[in-house]
Design a protein. Structure first.
Lengths: 296, 341
């Protein structure tokens, strides 16, 4: 019974041909469309470059002040503000200011893109079970596929640089905001929605007047997760030419520089903690803020 | 202006069957298959069966039944929150089921508003903004909505609570918000789905008073769902009793109490306080005695009894608008008070 002893496989030659055909097909595609795609992402690149330069060339006290104000607006807690300022001063003092600003830039832009793309997708999923059934497996793939695997086609298409890095970060960081937007909207009390229907609310009136406001805590949990995951991608993104704290970490790994790796790694952790506290605070405040707005 | 006898909402031969092949199942139900048989043999649930109901303009039409009798399903057909399997729902002669989505939204915005059992208020809006919700949906600007909202908050006795969030209020107060929200759109029809069932007995009576008080002035056409017969008798100009999706009796409160259509209805009225439910008019006889104490035809038996005993008389003259229309004897009152077998 040869069939049971040895798994029936495609012949070596056929297998090689198949892989070659796929590679060739994609290479042809990237040769013919690569430039168009690059042009498409050009405004994004310009924005990212501009933003990174802005952060890096602004006087550092201004940045620290801005971050402190941001922390206060988000967390409304002096401890968080003091901690944030101390962390940024320490980062600067230990010579990681430029890299931190680069990381800050790419994480901010990636988060904005994920919000702009992810929330509408989440809304579409919440509206239709069919859309949800179609997109959920895609999100599963995005979350489980090893990042290195999708770096290959991205680099083939766009080469090495900021934009492919940004795309890689977004692929990794997009799923939570999509999922939590969908979940948040689906969890809105059916009775409240029925009341909105009974008063003749249209789809958009229900969406913006009832569903999104009531889903905000979940949506903000999604934003928070997206920020955390894009920070986590910083090191991998640095492999394809994204500047920032990932670059020295990568150098430390290949050269066994313990201190360098530790310091830059901890800087990423500190950024993550700060972002987490601030974005969670924003989520809570937005609710309160709405309440304040209605009060007057 | 419609008069008292106009039919505002007419429900005609309405069927609702739950399940994937509802339309086919309607034929079985029309042919007389019972709710249990349909469930056992075809896995479909009968929600409503051959409902015919005329709701008179400016009246309170109570729909009563135990849970699962289809009363909440029925009320949701009037503003088409639920689509029927067969039948018609006519409001002012227009079939609600024939409306386009746009027409239906317009109908819900201006013609029929709703109050819910579990309030269904919006937790992210203040009391004032909840009450203004229907107006904002209609596109009325913020200032005017706020103005009208304030008026209705005042009418339900919540002045001073405008800026509270609904979660900060007690159940009774939340339902006042629900009532104000429904009244604020000036809809002619008010659909009330067990609005007071979730409230404590004392609060419930309060809310009934508020509703009757508002109704004496606003003259809405109200469809009121309840499982509580005392509430039905107190509020209803007319009562429809549902059982397993079928209307077993439709009539005035007096008709229901004096002549229950079947054992099911009789069981319902068994425990009510007959002295406070039955009116003298329902048991009076013709002819009257001169010099006897007078009781009004609309008085309940308890009050008539008190007049008779107070006067030490055996018989009272029944009057309507001050004119004698009949008489009632003590023993007849006693007989009516006794629980029927």
């Amino acid at each position: 019974m040869e069939l049971f002893d040895k798994f029936p496989t495609l012949g070596d030659q056929e297998l090689r041909d198949l892989k070659k055909a796929i590679d060739r097909g994609f290479r042809d595609f990237s040769r013919s469309h690569g430039e168009a795609i690059e042009n498409f992402f050009d405004p994004l690149l310009q924005f990212l470059v501009w933003f990174e330069r802005l952060l890096q060339t602004s006087p550092w006290p201004l940045i620290v002040l801005a971050v402190a104000v941001f922390a206060w607006l988000g967390a409304r807690n002096w401890l968080v503000v003091v901690g944030t300022v101390a962390a940024f001063l320490a980062i600067g003092y230990l010579g990681m200011w430029r890299d931190t600003m680069a990381t800050l830039a790419i994480v901010s832009v990636a988060t904005l893109i994920c919000i702009a793309v992810g929330i509408p997708i989440g809304i579409a999923m919440a509206r239709s079970d069919r859309v949800q059934a179609a997109i959920t497996p895609l999100l599963d793939v995005m979350q489980t596929i090893p990042s290195f695997v999708y770096l290959i086609p991205v680099v083939m298409l766009l080469g090495i640089g900021k934009v492919p890095g940004l795309i890689a970060v977004c692929i990794y960081a997009l799923p939570p905001i999509v999922r939590l937007t969908n979940l948040g909207i689906r969890l809105v009390d059916r009775e409240v929605l029925e009341a909105a229907d009974a008063f003749g609310a249209s789809y958009t009136q229900k969406l913006f007047g009832v569903q999104i406001p009531l889903a905000l805590p979940n949506i903000f949990a999604g934003v928070n997760q997206t920020i955390m995951m894009s920070l986590a991608m910083v090191v991998i993104a640095s492999m394809i030419g994204v500047k920032g704290l990932g670059v020295p970490v990568l150098r430390a790994i290949s050269n066994q520089y313990l201190a360098l790796g530790l310091m830059n790694g901890l800087a990423i952790v500190v950024l993550a903690i700060i972002f987490d506290r601030i974005s969670q605070g924003f989520g809570k405040n937005l609710q309160k803020h709405r309440r304040d707005e209605h009060r007057h | 202006m419609s008069t008292d006898t106009d039919t505002k909402v007419a429900i005609r031969d309405l069927y609702k069957i739950f399940g994937p092949r509802a339309a086919v199942m309607t034929e079985h139900v029309r042919a007389g298959m019972s709710k249990d048989d349909l469930l056992d043999r075809h896995g479909h649930v009968v929600g409503l069966r051959a409902i015919d109901l005329d709701v008179t303009a400016h009246h309170i039409q109570v729909v009563m039944g135990l849970s699962g009798s289809g009363k909440s399903t029925l009320i949701r057909h009037i503003n088409r929150l639920i689509e029927p399997t067969a039948g018609e729902v006519l409001v002012d002669g227009v079939d609600v089921l024939g409306m386009t989505q746009q027409e239906l939204r317009e109908f819900r915005r201006s013609k029929a508003s709703m109050v819910f059992q579990r309030f269904a208020l919006m937790p992210h809006r203040t009391v004032a903004d909840n009450v203004a919700y229907g107006l904002r949906v209609q596109g009325i600007d913020r200032a005017e909505s706020a103005e009208r909202s304030r008026h209705w908050i005042d009418r339900v006795g919540l002045t001073g609570y405008e800026d509270y969030y609904t979660t900060q209020l007690s159940g009774g107060m939340q339902q006042r918000v629900g009532l104000a929200r429904a009244l604020a759109t000036d809809a002619e029809i008010l659909l009330m789905d067990e609005p007071f069932s979730a409230l404590d007995p004392l609060i419930r009576t309060d809310m009934q008073d508020i509703l009757l008080d508002l109704q004496s002035e606003l003259h809405k056409t109200i469809v009121f769902i309840t499982h509580d017969l005392e509430e039905a008798l107190r509020l209803g100009n007319n009562i429809a009793i549902l059982r397993d999706g079928e209307a077993v009796q439709i009539g005035t409160p007096q008709e229901i109490v004096m002549r229950p259509a079947d054992d099911y209805v009789a069981e319902f009225i068994k425990d009510i306080n007959r002295g406070r439910a039955i009116e003298v008019a329902s048991i009076m006889e013709s002819g009257h005695v001169n010099g006897a104490p007078e009781v009004d035809a609309g008085a309940v038996l308890d009050d008539a009894l008190q007049s008779l005993i107070g006067a030490g008389a055996e018989v009272a003259t029944v009057t309507r608008d001050g004119k004698p229309v009949g008489s009632v004897r003590l023993e007849r009152i006693a007989a009516a008070l006794a629980r029927p077998d």
